[in-house]
Design a protein around this ligand. Sequence first.
Ligand SMILES: Cc1cc2nc3c(=O)[nH]c(=O)nc-3n(C[C@H](O)[C@H](O)[C@H](O)COP(=O)(O)OP(=O)(O)OC[C@H]3O[C@@H](n4cnc5c(N)ncnc54)[C@H](O)[C@@H]3O)c2cc1C
Length: 242
Amino acid sequence: MIQVVGGGAAGCEAAWALARRGVPCRLVTTTLDALYALPADVWPGTPPAGTLWAAVAREAEDASGLGTRAAALRRAVKRELERMPDLLVLQSNVVALWREDGAVVGVRTWEGPAHRADATVLAVGTFLAPRLTVGTAEERAGRLGEMAYDDLRDDLAAHGVRFLRRSLSVPGDGVTPAHSVAFDQVDPLGTVEGVGHVRSATGIRRWPDVAGVWLLGACADPVGVEDAAAAGRDLGAHLAGS
Ligand SMILES: Cc1cc2nc3c(=O)[nH]c(=O)nc-3n(C[C@H](O)[C@H](O)[C@H](O)COP(=O)(O)OP(=O)(O)OC[C@H]3O[C@@H](n4cnc5c(N)ncnc54)[C@H](O)[C@@H]3O)c2cc1C
């Protein structure tokens, strides 16, 4: 059983890549309605080959009369993931890694249950200690309308993970207001114990001491949606052994 935390482009792709190869997988994410959500309701670009996004792009385009293309993409992704026999999609908020004898064996959730897994992929994007600014208002949110809590970031920090503060902005278009999100990103040069790391541009790379955790997507690299999707595809294939 492999567990993916975070249902953005990176996490959805990793979970799909695993499940379609028959690897039992659990995708845990804060909000099921925000699977594959984008910072603004726009089509994200060109789907990389071999991705979930590419597989559902036509369906999403055909259904986009019911709303925006991005909303149609989210619906198509949710349907595709939920119908996969080897994949459990779970709405829950992860607050900490679950450690036993120095190794990571799963995750702990805000709701209570802890989930054990052979490997855990953290794909939590722009949601590590995020602060969303809209005009003069500031909220704890990793994306417009999506609350986030600092627990997981604090847990990682308590175990030696170092961070770089990043910020991304959306200019605003008359529908989506101009806003920005500041968030922590794992410092690839920081001291990290027991954390694996994936960098899509240079292939799969690990920090030396890997104990069941992988970092993926915008929480680890300054990636856009296409890069995040490709990195998820590649990590899923790697963990599935193909
Ligand atoms: C303001 C802003 C502007 C941006 N502009 C662009 C742009 O112009 N072009 C571009 O390509 N990219 C842009 N991005 C980045 C883009 O959103 C990401 O690169 C892309 O979404 C892929 O990220 P991801 O899958 O790694 O993470 P995300 O899409 O951030 O997904 C992370 C997922 O993890 C879930 N999650 C987080 N914490 C937890 C937890 N503790 N427990 C359970 N689930 C959790 C979240 O709910 C979310 O679904 C922008 C981002 C922001 C915030």
